[in-house]
Design a binder for this molecule. Structure first.
Ligand code: ZN
Ligand code: FE
Length: 256
């Protein structure tokens, strides 16, 4: 099975757009193009020909460049079936359990509602790459605009089961602020403290903290650890179930 080459493009204030190219065929997808111009310019500079757009959800900072990139390249837009009427230019609809092939690279699709009601994620197992939009962030998770804590916990639980070496290509550079919040609910976590210090250094040097790996997230991201009794106790929900603890952690982040 072929692997992807992945190129990260920072756009707007804190978005990441990804170019993902199948090494065997040269087919190249743009994941969540917030805007068009810098993406087209980077593809040209790299000599990569954009053939697809992969959208995770309908928010403007993920689909804003769809129409212009389609017009410039004639590419195919792939997105969530549940949100087809909100994805500009969509012609391939995918859903939970589907396998989408970009050239010879296979992506398994997960339906991960919570941030929005139609959100999906793309997992390229052979490249250890997860494109998860605004569902899972480095040390965080997306706000619940259209879903319930139960849905989001279910969605994060799906992603949590992937191999620990999976690289988490999320759509925003929110990590430093997320670290401050994570420390407020999990301040005794030595791995988290070390990671927070590392994140400060990385950002001070102007470098991205994304991608992280799922293994690191499992050890340090409070939103993936709602079933940990120590975290439940730390947020005053001793004995509470994971959904209840997750809801409390999410609420605390919303007002942090
Ligand atoms: Zn979003
Ligand atoms: Fe976003």
């Amino acid at each position: 099975m072929a692997e992807l080459d992945i190129h990260q493009i920072p756009v707007l204030s804190d978005n990441y757009v990804y170019l993902a190219r199948c090494r065997a065929t040269g087919m190249t997808a743009v994941v969540d193009p917030a805007v068009a111009a810098p993406v087209l310019a980077e593809a040209e500079r790299l000599g990569w020909t954009i053939t697809h757009i992969l959208n995770t959800h309908h928010h403007g900072d993920h689909v804003g460049g769809n129409k212009e990139i389609m017009a410039a390249t004639g590419c195919t837009v792939v997105g969530p079936r549940a949100d087809r009427e909100r994805i500009p230019g969509i012609s391939v609809e995918v859903d939970e359990g589907d396998v989408y092939r970009l050239g010879e690279c296979e992506a398994k699709v997960f339906f991960v509602p919570g941030h929005t009601r139609g959100h999906i994620a793309y997992w390229f197992a052979d490249s250890n790459a997860l494109f998860c939009g605004d569902t899972l962030f480095a040390l965080g998770c997306g706000r619940l605009f259209e879903g319930t804590p139960e849905q989001m916990w279910g969605s994060l639980s799906k992603l949590r089961g992937l191999p620990p070496e999976t690289r988490v290509y999320c759509a925003h550079e929110y990590t430093q602020a997320n670290a401050r919040f994570a420390l407020s609910v999990d301040g005794d976590n030595a791995q988290l403290k070390a990671r927070a210090a590392e994140i400060d250094e990385t950002r001070a040097a102007g470098r991205p903290t994304v991608p992280s790996t799922l293994g690191v997230e499992l050890a340090t991201n409070p939103f993936l650890r709602a079933d940990d009794p120590a975290l439940a106790a730390a947020v005053g929900r001793q004995g509470g179930d994971a959904v209840e603890v997750f809801a409390e952690v999410r609420h605390r982040k919303d007002v942090f």
